[in-house]
Design a protein around this ligand. Structure first.
Ligand code: DGL
Length: 267
């Protein structure tokens, strides 16, 4: 492994691009390899074993591509598989994402925090432990929103359909007293405008891209693997349709992008 080696980043689909955005801002010299596991989306409604199996397959793929680090840019996969991934690849820098419960607990005045995430994340023992550890005094209300994942995968980010999908879940948690909302799924920052409009202008919506990028930077530095010069790059790959991913990822990141299909055995 060298500092020139790529960083592998993956999610069930395009959601992890909200994390990639923060990583490429914080680490502009790195070469990033993003895999959208689109043939297997959504993870949030699958069993823990299924999500674990996909995590192992993707980790093995990144290792076969000589990645120096791996970012699990998915709350559901982090909750299901991060411990097992670290056991499987002890030499690899592995960073996961978790709902921003700790900052939410600091920010709330009402003592009530609302969390939107997938069914898998919210049902996981890891999420329960996170809440116990970081917010023992806070009332945590949560709401699975699989529909929001579907909308983002279809590129529906604004307009009447997006507004209608976020209205009821946001109103439910706001009316129950939540004054801070946690976007506990990496797809959800792409619906930020619609969620903010439904929640009201002053309500903080917390996501985790920036702290994850900071943690990655720190770990690379500690391992002597940080790339400090040269042009960075981004390569997109998918287990699903490459054309569809290229178009949607281009819209989400605001630049023209091309995607390639993963080799058969990794799909
Ligand atoms: N983006 C993912 C997350 O952060 C999962 C969405 C899904 O595939 O259900 O949890």
């Amino acid at each position: 492994m060298f500092s020139e080696s790529p960083i592998g980043i993956y999610d069930s689909g395009v959601g992890g691009l909200s994390v990639l955005r923060a990583i490429s801002d914080a680490l502009p010299h790195e070469s990033l390899l993003y895999v959208a596991d689109s043939a297997h989306v959504p993870y949030g409604e699958k069993t823990q074993e299924y999500v674990e199996r996909r995590a192992s397959t993707l980790a093995d793929y990144f290792v076969s591509r000589q990645a120096k680090a791996m970012v699990v840019a998915c709350n559901t996969a982090t909750a299901a598989a991060i411990a097992q991934l670290r056991q499987r690849h002890p030499g690899l820098v592995i960073i996961g994402v978790e709902p921003a419960i700790k900052p939410a607990a600091h920010l709330t005045h009402s003592g009530v925090v609302g969390v939107f995430a997938t069914t898998g994340t919210l049902a996981s023992p890891k999420f329960a432990a996170l809440v116990r550890r970081e917010a023992p005094e806070v009332r945590i209300l949560f709401r699975p929103c699989p529909e929001w994942v579907r909308l983002v995968e279809q590129g529906v980010l604004h307009g009447p359909e997006a507004d209608a999908a976020v209205r009821a879940p946001v109103a439910e948690l706001r009316e129950a007293g939540a004054d801070v909302l946690v976007l506990g799924c990496t797809h959800f920052p792409f619906l930020r405008d619609a969620i903010q409009a439904a929640a009201g202008p002053g309500v903080p919506l917390l996501e985790t891209g920036v702290p994850v990028a900071r943690r990655l930077r720190h770990q690379l530095q500690e391992h002597g693997l940080l790339r400090t010069g040269g042009a960075g790059g981004l390569r997109l790959e998918t287990s699903g349709a490459a054309d569809a991913l290229g178009g949607l990822a281009g819209r989400l990141l605001g630049q023209a992008l091309r995607a390639d299909t993963l080799p058969e055995r990794w799909r």
